[in-house]
Structure formats: C-alpha cells, structure tokens
Design a protein around this ligand. Sequence first.
Ligand SMILES: *Cc1c(COP(=O)(O)O)cnc(C)c1O
Length: 370
Amino acid sequence: MSSAVPIKHPIERPSLPDGMCRRPSSGRNPDMIDLRSDTLTKPTQAMRAAMASAEVGDDVWGEDPTIIELERRTADLLGHEAGLYCPTGTMTNLLGVWLLVERGRELLCDEEAHIIRAEVGGHADLHGITTRTWTTGHTGIPSVATIEDMLSVNSGHVDTQAVALENTHNFGGGSVLPVELLEQVSQLCADNGIRRHLDGARLWNAHVVTGVPLDRYGKLFDTISICYSKGLGAPVGSVLVSDAERIAKARKHRRAMGGSWRQGGMLAAAALYALDNHLDRLTDDHAAAAAMAAEILQRAPQALPNPPQTNIVVLRTGNRTGAEVAELAQERGVLVSVVGTRVVRAVSHLGISGEDCVEAGRIMGELLAG
Ligand SMILES: *Cc1c(COP(=O)(O)O)cnc(C)c1O
C-alpha cells in the first residue's frame, strides 16, 4: 500500500523559522508527531503578517473594523443576521445555550457532547441550566426517535427548552451528522416549540467533506458556535451567530463574563486569513487522517470500530488503558490525547504532514495490534 498522501493545498510548513516550529518547542522531544488536537496549530508566517497589518479599534466602542468584518462574514456564511466574536468556543457555546435556555430549565444533548464533557460544568454553574442526555454508542449520531421520546411532555417535569447538536462530533470521532437528520431534528423541535443550538466547532470540516452549504446547516439552528482555532489554524477565537436581537443580548452578557475585546482585530485578522486560505485545505487533513486510519486498520482493526470521516481518529485501546497507550506512543515519538479510560484520540491538522500521519498510524497500529 502506498503511504503517499496527496497534498492538494501545500502549506508553508517547512519554511517556518526557529521558534515557530510545528511541534512543541519546549517538549521532551522536538521531533514528536503531535496529534493531540487540532487546537495545537500555530499561526503561519503569512497569517502573522495579516495579523500585524490588521486595522483595529476599540471593540467595546464598536470601532474595530476587523472584528466587525469577521462577525459579518461569519453570519453571512451561516445565513444568520449577526455574529459575536469570542475568545473561545466554550464562551460561544455558553452564550448560545444561555440565549435559549433559562435558569432551572433543561437542555437535551448527547452524553459525549463537548458542552457536557469538556466545558467544566459552566452551563450549570454560571447559568443554572439542567441537562438530560442521550447515548449513541460513541458515534455521536443520535436517532430522531430518541430525541422525540425525550421531548414527550409531562407538565410535572422540568421544562425542556432546547436541543443541542454537535457537528462534527468531537468524541464521536469527528463524525458528520447527516444534514437530513439535522433537518428532521430541527423540524421536530420546531413542531414542539423547542429551540436549537449547534456546537459547530468543526462545522467547517462537515461542510468540506459533504459539500453541504454552510447556510443550509445554519438555517436549521437558532444559535451556532463555530471555531477558528481548530483546523482552520487561527491562534484564538470562535464566533456565535444568531438573529440581531439575540446577538445584542449576548454581546452584553459577554461583557459581564469578562469577554469583551479592545483591539482584538489583530486576532480576528487571523480568523479572516484562515477563512480565505485554510478552509479548502481541510481536505488534506481528512486525507491524512484516512491514511493514518488505513495503517491502523491493517494492523489493529479492533482498535478502530468507527473509521474517521474527517480529521479525528478515535482509538479503542483494548486491554491497556488509554494512558498506558499514550505513554507507549510517546516513547515512539507520537503524542495522542487520552479521552476515556480505554480511548485515545489522534487529530490531523495543518501543523502535521501527511507523511507524519502515515508514520503515526503505523506506530499506533503496531502498539494496538494483538
Ligand atoms: C474545541 C471545541 C469547542 C470549544 O473549545 P474551546 O477550547 O473553548 O475553544 C467546543 N465544541 C467542540 C466540539 C470542540 O471540539
């Protein structure tokens, strides 16, 4: 089998100067293939140049033209009226859910949703919401019937106010929720007076792999959070989109949460640069993840029950714990993250070449074989 991964969109990776290396500069071994997350990407030289020359102003005063442009472009792409640039996807999720679910009311979502697993209880702690979850057997893809059952009303129970979906699904292995499923869930919610939030941290990846226009996804939801700091490679930032009234409300609450910007346009410029230059190249990350998976499937098919659809490879570690496997991988030059007792995750991104992903796949396959 060929180990060559066709690169459709060459990136300036090899020419990064000292101190801007693609792997951890202060890690134990600078030659590690670091697949822990696509948040590890560092801004390229060209992105840094765009940041340095950004027009800026005080965004609390509504005077940062670069932030205004990023918010407008993101809202347009998703078919919504307005956008709000925030430092993290956790904050855009917090604000998006807060707009839809009142204190003491309920949100339905997947038990492996980022909102539930990786946001440190913030939705309950800061906004007093309760949650009820469905299971999917680790795919991240629910059935409409499950959600329908959960929505059935009992006036003596907690009021369900919104459903949150995640696309692509992070802990589901970067799985893509079919747009037809999203349409059915959206209709079901509309019929029942239930609001809809999309955690679209990696909606870019779903869009690139399916060809479904972003606004077709966008119009199915009341609020959407989308990240520039994952595969798109910006150092910071996510945008929440919704209607103008909700975004105005969220803008004020963001201030209360300490998340307002002053001259944040230097960061927003990185996101705009990413939109123009790094969106199409996500196909390279998907090809690299598929090539990595092929190496693993050859040697340890049981480790990979759900082969990757996008850039995330979730591996079952069998008799060993995830922590043990991550440690063994590290000894052989590969960094993966532990996301469950017997689960590790490897994520391709613009800081890692296709060849290194193949090499990592070979190593992980050998570790997990037999
Ligand atoms: C990364 C991520 C977020 C946001 O994370 P931050 O670290 O707060 O930017 C939200 N949802 C999903 C699915 C993610 O993968």
